[in-house]
Ligand binder design. Structure first.
Ligand code: PXL
Length: 272
């Protein structure tokens, strides 16, 4: 038998919901971590199940004690190099995440302030969104809202133009997040999309053409997971941002249909 080989072992934790369909949520996070050479660990917060008749999303929360135990195992017992949050189904869960970041001195904290799912334009759990804004944002090394979530966090009526994206990023930075990345993604009428990174001093702007007919369910989750993977490997925010852009370009380009309602990114297209 050959000797065992020791690869660098970077570890990341996702505290997120399961998207049963496999496209978004912690499924997207784990696929992203794996593709980027980072060992993934989980604390499951909610299970989202879609109704096959109309693809309506139902949310089934995991009880708080069970989430606490999962965080104790991963954050307390193994120690991630970076962590991210996804769907947090209640204000109590947001509070548990805040306590855990402090208790386990978690570093490289990426907050994806999930408030909506693709195709939905109302905040799913208002009390959780409020708690994210009031309690969690200030612990973020990086926060990755879409334009809808950015408008909520920045108290703005809408965030659509580049000037509004910059204004929202500045306001969210003032709430205490050290780096703010706003993803305009699919939520614009234009055929361009813009991601803006604000580090408190400079804006880095990535503008590209949308790929027509691409399936982008789980794009927000995968993007913030790619940022998390970069930080876990010791990259700075600029490099993690640039690498995440390249990763997304590939996995969106090869996205595929799952049924008449939705499709998925192709995470393994990163290898092509
Ligand atoms: O893409 C947002 C999202 C995050 N987390 C879970 C989801 C979704 C959207 O469906 O199901 C678990």
């Amino acid at each position: 038998m050959s000797e065992t080989k020791q690869a660098a072992s970077f570890k990341a934790l996702t505290i997120a919901g399961s998207d049963t369909s496999g496209a978004a949520g912690m499924e997207a996070d784990l696929k992203t971590f794996e593709e980027l050479g980072v060992y993934g660990m989980t604390a499951l917060t909610v299970i989202v199940a879609q109704n096959p008749a109309d693809w309506a999303h139902d949310i089934f929360p995991i009880d708080l004690k069970t989430v606490e135990r999962q965080i104790a195992t991963t954050a307390g017992g193994i120690k991630p190099d970076a962590m991210k949050t996804g769907m947090l189904g209640s204000a109590a869960l947001v509070e548990l995440v805040v306590d855990s970041i402090q208790k386990y001195q978690l570093k490289n904290v990426v907050i994806d302030p999930v408030m909506v799912c693709k195709g939905i334009d109302t905040i799913m759990v208002p009390e959780a969104a409020h708690a994210i804004k009031m309690r969690l944002v200030k612990y973020a090394d990086v926060i990755t809202p879409n334009t809808f979530e950015a408008a909520y966090l920045a108290d703005m009526e809408k965030v659509t133009t580049l000037d509004e994206i910059k204004e929202a990023a500045t306001k969210i930075h003032a709430l205490g997040a050290r780096n703010v990345i706003i993803k305009s993604g699919s939520r614009t009428d234009s055929d361009m999309m813009t991601d803006v990174l604000f580090d408190g001093k400079d804006f880095t702007i990535e503008e590209k053409k949308k790929i027509p007919n691409a399936f982008n369910s789980g794009a927000g989750c995968s993007f913030s997971a790619a940022i998390t993977a970069g930080l876990a490997k010791g990259k700075g925010i600029q490099e993690a941002f640039a690498d995440a852009q390249c990763f997304m370009d590939k996995i969106v380009a090869y996205s595929f249909r799952l049924n008449q309602y939705t499709g998925s990114l192709c995470h393994w297209a990163h290898r092509f």
